[in-house]
Design a protein around this ligand. Structure first.
Ligand code: PEP
Ligand code: MG
Length: 763
């Protein structure tokens, strides 16, 4: 059965559409298990009913017609219980219902298995037979395994809008709420723009060409660009790679010939398909054919065909997305994986919201959205992406909820919330020049996290008293090679001068993990546990030295304290080596006769091992800064970007809070300052706890600063310590968060907490 399951899985992968995949499943199940009937039912999101969407063994006309209310019939019972149901004579079951549409006399033997994705029942797969018999255990195990595969297919199809298309949901319903993860706070109302790369054929819809000539021209242009790219890569690698290893490029070029794939695509376009659809159809056909062949060399070509197809598709989609006029005034960017570069493709004055099916609140796109003050929803995995193209949508970045096709009443409600929020921000403006100090006179440093030059002004406008984290990889990422020492010096100088005489903390290059530089690819199976942060730069002292020299030179003649800190430190020797390099860079600058202050050095605590060595590390440096985003991910073993486990990513987890407290104690025991620059510091709830623990610096994105300052100025240190004492006795992150929110409400500070009506409550 293993071989059969593998083969089905391969065939599903190669299936050109959701419908084909379903057809393959039911046909193969009947063949392999020798049953007369196999059916797939899925929930219709609009009516809430279970609908028959594919079948082998009934009348074809029954497909789409048979529909069960929740819990109705034995199929409904399987969905209701979320467990397989194996019965010898279904007709005698009290829940049995016969549907005349299927046109047959009743089938006795029945086995139904729920199709479950992320704990949600999406549908049911059943097999049936005329004779009275109980399906065997191995048959049940087979269907259960297949149901798990089917769950991925259905979930993916739901997200791509293929399920509702199949269910003939002809008009999009109003006020439909979809849940994701709160990525960046704020509310936006605008027009959805669905963006690639999805260079992903799954999301290329079928549609006719509006103008065959235009489609042919677009396709030819895309082919020319891919051809130019390949020739360029071939040329640039000619010194490093022998000709035979570059033969792949000739094979790629050949595929682009008129006699091969490109010719077939052109033919399909001439027959009326649009370019992207024609490309998808041809590539899927080739992939499917190659997957069937026995010859392993030819089977390997699948990857090449896919690669070339995606390259062409990427250019076809770019033609659309790069077109500035394509973005409406109030654009809400929606995509499978919205990346920082996609964000930068949109004219800033038009970009109002971001929705990404992948990623979570700590992905860098979310951090960028917060820095740009654009409401964002991440990890909206279930969103039927293409149903929203050009539709009005509401993005609620406070709660991570999207509302599709809102009614006027709902739009009004959200407009009021937007106005209230704007009013609150205006009211907080005068706080800019007030000290960050609790009611009982405890002074704190509220600094900012920064990375884009555009953030400097906003940070100063919001009253930032320093920079707690300058993510230097951001200017590195916007180039096509490492920036030179002088280029870096200019960027760093701009920041130091703007903030002078306030302190500026520059983190040395933190790449690896989910932060890649386009010109320095790091390919690893497990990148978060691999070559990242200080590990990379210690292995490349030439990169590190250039960067540190540029930082030191940039600080010449300024009163500002330059603070340099190292990311992802695990061992003391890393600190010693990094410090030695900083000293070397400092000496080199001094040797050039430049009078400059010695920078302070610090270590980011992001790896659990460093918690236990915090005192030793603190002795080696001037300050510690907790990177609670990574620290949470590593302590809880939860990928910060993975929406599947986003509910387990809890910055308020009692274990994380315990670690934060221990770190503050360790730094103070060594008379060293300690700050926190993870996202936790920028929330009113997290800030209260950090204040109580004795953190000297809270560093956050500029947008959050006024709110956090307002809260701090309206609580006393005594209150914060009392809250912390209670929190320390709690066992659960949600309980902790609810408790702190209740305390804020009790203190009349509820405006610092996002509005309470979640869209689902409102609807
Ligand atoms: C962190 O990990 O908390 C941090 C501030 O660094 P980054 O989010 O850039 O990884
Ligand atoms: Mg980090």
């Amino acid at each position: 059965m293993l071989d059969a399951l593998r083969q089905i899985s391969r065939d599903i992968d190669a299936a050109p559409s959701f419908e084909h995949a379903l057809g393959i499943i039911v046909a193969r199940v009947c063949l392999i298990l020798g049953t007369e009937v196999c059916s797939v039912y899925v929930f219709d999101k609009v009516t809430g009913d279970l609908r028959l969407i594919e079948n082998e063994g009934f009348r074809r006309s029954a497909i789409g017609k048979v529909s069960l209310a929740p819990g109705e019939g034995v199929v409904g019972l399987v969905a209701e219980r979320g467990e397989p149901l194996n019965i010898e004579n279904a007709t005698e079951h009290p829940r049995y219902r016969h549907f005349s549409e299927i046109g047959e006399e009743p089938f006795s033997a029945f086995l139904g298995v729920p199709v479950i994705h992320n704990r949600r029942v999406l549908g049911v797969i059943t097999i049936q037979q005329r004779e009275d018999r109980r399906f065997r255990e191995d048959e049940e195990a087979f269907l259960t395994t297949l149901a798990a595969q089917l769950a991925n297919v259905v979930a993916h199809a739901e997200a791509a809008g293929s399920v509702s298309a199949l269910l003939n949901a002809d008009n999009v319903p109003s006020d439909v709420g979809y849940e994701g993860i709160a990525g960046a706070p704020g509310i936006a109302i605008g027009t959805a723009v669905v963006i690639g790369p999805s260079a992903n054929f799954d999301h290329v819809p079928d549609k006719g060409a509006d103008d065959v000539i235009v489609e042919l021209t677009n396709f030819d242009r895309a082919i020319d660009r891919v051809r130019a790219d390949i020739e360029e890569t071939n040329r640039s690698l000619s010194r490093q790679l022998p000709a035979e290893e570059r033969a792949l490029f000739s094979a790629y070029l050949h595929m682009l010939d008129d006699t091969a794939i490109a010719g077939e695509v052109r033919e399909e376009i001439r027959q009326g398909n649009w370019a992207q659809g024609a490309l998808r159809s041809v590539i899927t056909r080739h992939v499917s054919k190659l997957r069937q062949v026995e010859n392993s060399y030819l089977r390997e070509r699948v990857a090449d065909v896919q690669e070339i197809g995606q390259r062409v598709l990427a250019y076809l989609q770019q033609d659309i997305h790069k077109d500035k006029f394509y973005f409406p005034e109030q654009a809400i960017l929606i995509g499978e994986e919205v990346t920082a570069s996609m964000v930068s493709d949109v004219p800033p004055e038009r970009l109002k919201g971001i929705v990404s099916l992948r990623g979570s609140s700590n992905s860098h796109t979310a951090i960028l959205a917060r820095a740009l003050n654009i409401p964002a929803i991440m990890g909206a995995t279930e969103l039927p992406l293409h149903e929203f193209e050009n539709q009005t949508v509401i993005v609620d970045g406070f709660y991570g909820e999207l509302i599709g096709n809102p009614t006027a009443q709902v739009i009004n409600h959200y407009q009021e919330l937007i106005a209230e929020e704007a009013e609150f921000v205006r009211e907080l403006e005068p706080l800019k020049d007030q000290p960050s100090e609790t009611l009982d006179g405890h002074r704190l440093n509220l600094w900012v996290n920064i990375g884009l030059v555009g953030e400097i002004t906003r940070s100063l406008d919001r009253g930032a008293e320093g920079v707690g984290l300058f993510r230097t990889e951001i200017p590195f990422a916007s180039r096509d090679r490492f920036p030179t020492e002088e280029e870096q010096r200019v960027i760093y100088r701009e920041h130091l001068e703007a903030f002078n005489p306030r302190p500026v903390t520059m983190r040395t290059l933190d790449i690896g993990g989910d932060k890649a530089l386009p010109y320095f690819p790091i390919d690893e199976d497990n990148p978060f546990l691999g070559w990242r942060g200080i590990r990379v730069t210690l292995d490349h002292p030439e990169i590190f030295l250039v960067q540190v020299r540029a930082m030191i030179k940039a600080s010449v003649g300024l009163e500002s304290d330059l603070r340099i800190m190292f990311p992802m430190v695990t061992n003391r020797h890393e600190v010693a080596e990094a410090k030695a390099l900083v000293m070397r860079a400092y000496r080199e600058v001094r040797e050039e006769d430049v009078a400059v202050k010695l920078p302070q050095v610090g270590v980011m605590i992001e790896v659990p091992a460093a918690i236990h060595q915090a005192r030793l590390i603190a002795r080696q440096v001037d300050f510690l800064a907790v990177g609670s985003n990574d620290l949470t991910q590593y302590m809880l073993a939860v990928d910060r970007n993975n929406p599947r486990v986003a509910n387990l990513y809890q910055e308020m987890h009692p274990a994380v809070l315990h670690a934060l407290r221990e770190l503050a104690k360790a730094a103070h025991a060594e008379q060293k300052g300690i700050g926190i620059c993870g996202e936790l510091a920028g929330t009113p709830e997290g800030a209260i706890l950090c204040v109580a623990m004795g953190y000297d610096v809270l560093s956050m994105n500029a947008a959050n600063l006024p709110k956090v300052k307002w809260v701090i100025r309206n609580v006393s240190m005594r209150d914060c310590r009392r809250i912390l004492a209670r929190v320390r006795r709690m066992e659960d992150a949600d309980e902790i968060l609810d408790f702190i929110r209740d305390q804020l409400i009790g203190a009349g500070l509820e405006r610092a907490i996002p509005h309470h009506e979640t869209p689902s409550m409102f609807l």
